[in-house]
Design a protein around this ligand. Structure first.
Ligand code: 5GP
Ligand code: ZN
Length: 114
């Protein structure tokens, strides 16, 4: 989609620190990290928010979790724990309207989140 930051990163128009890429998914380092490990897991298909997923996206969305598991292992986060966060809508803090999950780890996490 035109004028979408994550579509431009997926298409190679804008640079990012790419950690993982396949046909359907990519993982990049967040430009403004909120934890020692802060990755963004992003389906390459343009879906604006969680409210825009369809039944046909089931497998794609499921594959986010297996990638999150691999990335957590690669970053030694299995024992210390980590967060996988999706902000849906501006009221929840979503600022880029292309669906993505934050993988955060490497420091203690508080609950409830701010
Ligand atoms: P949201 O607020 O939508 O849940 O998350 C968007 C995330 O994208 C933020 O954590 C923000 O730091 C990150 N971000 C914004 N612009 C860029 C960019 O140009 N490159 C990278 N790698 N991350 C970005
Ligand atoms: Zn997009």
């Amino acid at each position: 989609m035109d004028n979408c930051l994550f579509c431009k990163i997926a298409g190679g128009e804008i640079d990012a620190e790419m950690i993982y890429s396949d046909e359907q998914l990519m993982a990049i380092k967040d430009i403004n990290p909120q934890a020692p490990t802060h990755l963004l897991i992003i389906p390459k298909k343009h879906i604006s928010t969680l409210m825009n997923i369809e039944v046909s996206d089931k497998e794609l969305m499921g594959s986010v979790f297996t990638l999150a598991k691999s990335l957590a292992q690669e970053n030694d986060l299995e024992v210390s724990g980590f967060r996988l966060v999706l902000n849906c809508g501006s009221g929840a803090g979503q600022s880029v309207f292309h669906i993505h999950f934050h993988l955060l780890g490497g420091r203690p996490m508080k609950w409830p989140p701010g």
